[in-house]
Design a binder for this molecule. Structure first.
Ligand SMILES: Cc1cc2nc3c(=O)[nH]c(=O)nc-3n(C[C@H](O)[C@H](O)[C@H](O)COP(=O)(O)OP(=O)(O)OC[C@H]3O[C@@H](n4cnc5c(N)ncnc54)[C@H](O)[C@@H]3O)c2cc1C
Length: 471
């Protein structure tokens, strides 16, 4: 009540002094200027997005925040299992030198990092381990100069993808972009960073996604002469990525084993809507009800289909989201690898990255597309069976690395990289999604809007919280 009262006078007062109508409109579109710290805020999903949103809300003083997580564990795609007593990641693993949000939170919570193994690129024709030394000094210089010029002309937002469709250069696929810009070295970087890691073939992948991964590194490289020649710093959280999220969760109110099954909006006016959320508690085997003033959706928005009533705009936008079938296998090879190998030629059913998890342990991980075709939620093409995963892995190990598996330790299949097509981006998908923020007292965070990378997800949550839930 006090909140609406203050808001009313703030807006009225500002309205009197405003020299233009736009200022009043801008203020009216920000009804949360005096949001009470006791506001009941519900968050669906206890992955990187939901937990970071709750963490930043806590930092801003909000004290009535509840995270609802379907699984018995937190972390989502930050999933770590213990194999022979060692933490091994089945999901997120690496932290780059540009991942500043992750590094800041890890430092605050006292989490350390360990080095990840050296990386090399392999091809089936030239089985020798190779890297960018294939390029002459002159070629590297030319690529870097063109890259620098390009970088200074691109306006890719640091967080999310708002407005990207307004820049012609960013529309289309990354394959088309590289050809137009004549940057063959960038093509090699993206093959490794993006294509191998499950973001889809370069011929299908929208340019803003591919650049989201490589531009921060390029920016860092161009910041000084010493940075230009420095080896990229890639670490992994000690104890696994899930461990970092578990520490975050330990200071927050998180209800695991609570799958959200229904969301009902009560009240006619948008600003006054109260939100009734029903979950199925898998331990108690009963339904639970929660009442919230604000809801943050930290699952890909298409997960809301069937859980709540969607308007035509929501239905249209959410139906565009698609995924890749991406598989991780943890195994012990007959011969220790000691490094990470990127397989140059992407094939469905054969791994694209094989790496030894760390320099001390002999456990390796393999990343493998089930299919190079993307799909909509619930319409997954026939997934890789354990047998076909294994035979693809054996043939790659033999063809490229001259070894075999000794034991398969674990396997996990993911609906990976919620994304939209280059055409959907060109048609303004991201700006339309941003326009939904706050409608019906509901907000969206997570990899669909931020990009499938923990630091991008943390950064997006921080930005959303600071914009809509101020200190
Ligand atoms: C194999 C693999 C490797 C990766 N490698 C890296 C890496 O090296 N570095 C990096 O930074 N990133 C990496 N990533 C990406 C990173 O893990 C993700 O981008 C990030 O974890 C996504 O977080 P999120 O919260 O948006 O989604 P998610 O992690 O998917 O979290 C969503 C959560 O919502 C829960 N949920 C779903 N439905 C409901 C419901 N109805 N009710 C309640 N809860 C629900 C889920 O159980 C889940 O916990 C990798 C991912 C994978 C799969």
């Amino acid at each position: 009540m006090l909140k609406s009262f203050l808001n009313f006078f703030y807006i009225l007062g500002a309205g009197c002094y405003a020299s233009s109508l736009e200022l009043t409109e801008a203020l009216l579109s920000k009804p949360d200027l005096f949001l009470a710290k006791e506001t009941r805020i519900g968050i669906i999903g206890g992955g990187a997005a939901g937990l970071s949103a709750a963490y930043y809300l806590q930092q801003n003083g909000y004290n009535n925040v509840t995270v609802l997580e379907k699984e018995e564990r937190v972390g989502g795609k930050c999933h770590t299992v213990s194999i022979d007593g060692s933490p091994c990641n089945l999901g997120a693993s690496f932290v780059t030198s540009c991942d500043l949000h992750v590094r800041e939170i890890a430092k605050t919570l006292g989490h350390e990092f360990s080095d990840s193994p050296d990386a090399f690129r392999m091809s089936s024709t030239d089985k020798k381990v190779s890297d960018l030394s294939n390029y002459s000094f002159f070629q590297k210089g030319m690529n870097l100069a063109r890259g620098a010029k390009l970088y200074s002309s691109l306006l890719l937002p640091a967080v999310g993808f708002s407005g990207v469709q307004k820049q012609d250069i960013l529309t289309g696929t990354i394959d088309e972009f590289i050809k137009k810009q004549n940057l063959p070295m960038l093509s090699d970087c993206i093959k490794i960073a993006s294509e191998s890691y499950g973001y889809g073939p370069m011929t299908k992948q929208a340019t803003p996604y591919a650049l989201k991964l490589v531009l921060p590194e390029l920016k860092l490289r161009l910041s000084s002469l010493s940075a230009l020649f420095k080896k990229a710093q890639i670490d992994t959280p000690k104890g696994g990525y899930q461990g970092l999220l578990e520490t975050m969760a330990s200071n927050l109110c998180v209800k695991t084993g609570n799958a959200v099954t229904k969301i009902l909006y009560e009240g006619k006016e948008d600003a006054q809507k109260e939100i009734l959320v029903t979950t199925y508690d898998s331990l108690a085997k009963t339904n639970q009800s929660f009442h919230f003033d604000k809801l943050i959706v930290a699952v890909p928005p298409d997960h809301l289909k069937g859980i709540t009533e969607l308007g035509s705009e929501e239905q249209d936008l959410f139906s565009r989201i698609r995924y890749y079938d991406y598989n991780v296998t943890l195994f012990e090879p007959e011969k220790a690898l000691g490094y990470k190998a990127y397989i140059n030629d992407i094939n469905d059913k054969e791994p694209t990255v094989i790496s030894q998890i760390n320099s001390k342990e002999s456990i390796c991980s393999s990343y493998q597309y089930g299919s190079l075709d993307s799909y909509h939620l619930g319409e997954k093409p026939s997934s890789l069976s354990m047998d076909s995963t294994h035979s693809g892995l054996e043939s790659t190990l033999e063809k490229y690395l001259g070894t075999k598996t000794q034991t398969i330790k674990a396997h996990k299949q993911w609906d990976y990289f919620p994304h939209v097509s280059a055409k959907d981006i060109q048609e303004g998908f991201f700006d339309r999604m941003e326009a939904l923020q706050g409608k019906k007292n509901t907000y969206y965070v997570g990899s669909t809007l931020a990009f499938e990378w923990v630091d991008a997800v943390f950064g997006y949550s921080k930005n959303l919280v600071n914009t809509h839930f101020p200190k």
